[in-house]
Each structure stands twice: as C-alpha cells, then as structure tokens.
Design a protein around this ligand. Structure first.
Ligand code: HGY
Ligand code: MN
Ligand code: MN
Length: 400
C-alpha cells in the first residue's frame, strides 16, 4: 500500500507532497482508497461531502467502530501525515482477518476530504461539513488562490457541490472513531515509546491580515513618501513571535500574498495568514488580540489600512475519557506497557468529530518530530507497531 501511494503527488524537486483537495492527484489518492476497499471485499461509499468509506458489516446496524484519517497534504507535506492513518486502518483489518477475529460491530474505514485546507484555507472541510460545523453556504464561498470556488472545484472532480451539508444520520451510526496519526512532535521519541494515546488538541485558528498601502516605483519614491504595507507586515510577524513567547503559545505567519508582487514596485497589498494555537482559549485569545493591536499600530504608523478576518477556528478538544481509558487498558493488557497519553497542537478530523462521536487517537513515534515537511518520518518498525496497536484496539472494541 505504501509503495503504491508514495509516488502520488510527490514533487520531483522538493520530494514533498502536493495533494490538494479536488485536484487530479486527490482523485488518484481516492482511486487508491476505492481499490483498497474493493481488494478486501468491503462495501464502498462516498458520502454527500465527498468523504470515502469502506465498510465491513452493515453501517446501518449502528454503533459501528470507525478508523481512518486523510490522504490530502499541506504544500510540500510529508508522506505520513494523513496516509499513515488510512494505510494502518486497512493493514489493521488485514491483521485482524489473519487472527480470525470475529466482529460483533461493523467496522468502517474512512478517508476524510480536505483535512489540511491547503487549497481553500479552511482545515477539515469534509469532517466539518459532516458534523454540521460548516454550512453549505459557508463552504460554497471558499475560494482557492486562483479564484476557483469550492463548488466549481468539486464539480470539476465529478462531485455534486449542492449535496454537501450536515450528515447526522451517518454520524449517529458511529459508536467510536479512532484515528491513528504520525506524532507531530518528539514526545514519544523522548519517552522511548513507539505508540501513544491522545489526550487533547489545543484550540487553534487561522486569521488573515490584509495590509493595504500604495503601489509605487521602488527607485523614484522617496522613503518618506511611501505607504509600504510590507513594513507593517514585517513588524507584525515579529510581534506575533514575541506575543506567542510571552503566552507560552505558538504563532506562525507561514503564507503570504503580495500585490503586485514586483521586485521593483512598493507593494499595494500584503496579505499574511496567521496560524496561532495555545493550550487554553484565554491564552490564544490574548495572543491574537495583542498581535491584532500591534498590527493596527504598525499599519497606522506607515499610513497603511489593516483588515483582519478570522478564517477558521477550532476550540479545545478533550478526547472522550472513557474511550481513551479503554484504549490504554487494551494496549496495556496486550503489551504490558504503559502507553503515554499526549496532548497535541495539531488539528485532526478526530477533533472535529469529537463533538458528535466518542473519539480517540493513537500517535506513532516520529524520530525528529518534524511534520508538514518532506522530512517527516517514522521507522517501518514503529509503523508496524502502530498497525498492531490499532488492530488490538479495533479487536477490543469491535470483536467483544
Ligand atoms: O493542524 C493542522 O494544521 C491541520 O488541521 N492538520
Ligand atoms: Mn497535517
Ligand atoms: Mn493529519
């Protein structure tokens, strides 16, 4: 499975993955998922929001156990963030069949669409729509960097954008959702464990800062006469770093658009996207408010107009304690080990679903902690340990 997936959407120069929602490469990943379902005789379906499902047993029976993750990526992402959870889901099913496990609950494997939000700016679009945390009207307004709207992109990929929306009946069929994911930090590396269990996801969001000044000639415009939005943007980046440090939070300007984007022109517009996360809501609110205030002061000092828009927000997620304890019990019983319980600053579909369904996550050790980069990694032995842990969990939950 891994060999089949690895070439899809991999950039030849950067070796990073560019698997963006509703593109041809996304279609290739989806075709791969459908093939994996067919190869195992699973019932395959695509829901109204374009999420893919593969079922062992009848999904309508209710109280199903579901596992899976996503196949899309950030720009130049690594191989593991997302795909490891989907590959491990199919591999765990193979393992359980090898054990002659007898299922007493239906088992679903899912690939959620557009988890990273790399193309349209909003993360977890597939699971947000399904959980009713994003309306059809809001989704229809999402637009990519080339001006293509989400509905047009869905149509081009052969999906019906008018069908999207909340899917409570589907969620009501799920008794538990477990997402396996590569760890996006070094906690397991430092503790010397292959596999961990998630406790919580930090609250996080994305804010767009538009600094508007005046385009003019880079050679002939006196410094004193300029309204240069790049200056206030640059000062804001430094303020974000400072405020995040003070609050024990994180803040990142990782994406920027400049108009007219000419080397010899003072910009008319600098648009920067802030991603900020913190352990608690108050700290996050304080960081973003302070960055906004600083940005306003810098903009005023340079004669620049500022507009700030919150493009997405996910409140703190505390995973279901009973399910988390059940996972720890299953894994502890089988391995005799204590499995570390870890918080994370990364967002996941599991976090979105946790408002509707008892949800848990397993993390697989990442030796460097690097993620959202081609350098993201996990050893084969650790990936196998992850598959076996997931198989144990699914057996414990679905084969009682
Ligand atoms: O955490 C993120 O940025 C994304 O939801 N994976
Ligand atoms: Mn990610
Ligand atoms: Mn992910």
């Amino acid at each position: 499975m891994w060999r089949d997936l690895l070439p899809l959407g991999r950039h030849p120069a950067t070796h990073g993955y560019r698997r963006f929602a509703w593109t041809g490469v996304d279609g290739d990943c989806r075709a791969w998922f459908e093939e994996q379902a067919a190869a195992r005789g699973l019932r395959y379906e695509v829901d109204r929001n374009g999420n893919q499902w593969a079922w062992l047993g009848d999904p309508a029976a209710g109280d199903a156990v579901v596992t899976g993750s996503h196949l899309d990526s950030v720009p130049d992402g690594g191989a593991f963030d997302g795909p490891l959870g989907v590959v491990s889901a199919f591999a765990a099913l193979d393992e359980l069949r090898g054990r002659d496990a007898r299922f007493t609950r239906s088992l679903g494997i899912v690939n959620f669409g557009d988890e990273e939000g790399a193309r349209f700016g909003l993360a977890c679009v597939g699971s947000r729509l399904t959980a009713g945390q994003l309306t059809r009207e809001q989704a229809h307004r999402l637009t990519d960097g080339d001006g293509v709207t989400l509905p047009r992109a869905m149509e081009a990929a052969g999906y019906d954008p008018d069908a999207i929306g909340p899917d409570p009946e589907r969620l009501a069929r799920i008794g538990a959702f477990v997402e396996l994911h590569v760890e996006q930090g070094r906690a397991l590396d430092l503790s010397g464990d292959r596999v961990g269990i998630a406790s919580a996801i930090w609250p996080h969001g994305r804010w767009r800062f538009d600094f508007r000044g005046e385009a003019n000639h880079a050679g002939t415009t006196r410094l004193a006469d300029r309204r240069d939005p790049m200056l206030s943007y640059a000062e804001t980046v430094l303020a974000a770093r400072r405020e995040a440090e003070l609050a024990g939070a994180v803040a990142t300007f990782g994406k920027i658009a400049v108009e007219p984007n000419g080397v010899n022109a003072i910009p008319s517009l600098v648009r920067g996207w802030l991603d900020s996360r913190a352990a608690d809501q108050d700290s996050l609110d304080a960081v973003v408010a302070d960055v906004e205030k600083a940005a306003g002061e810098y903009a005023a000092a340079h004669g620049v107009d500022l507009a700030v828009v919150r493009e997405s927000f996910t409140p703190v997620v505390e995973f279901d304690h009973a399910l988390r304890d059940e996972l720890a019990r299953i894994l502890g019983t089988d391995t005799g080990l204590t499995v570390p319980v870890l918080g994370t600053g990364a967002g996941h579909d599991a976090g979105i679903l946790s408002g509707s369904v008892p949800t848990a996550m397993l993390f697989v050790r990442n030796p460097t902690g690097v993620s959202h980069s081609p350098a993201e990694s996990a050893t084969e032995d650790d990936c196998v340990a992850g598959v076996l842990a997931l198989a144990d969990v699914l057996e414990g939950l679905a084969c009682r």
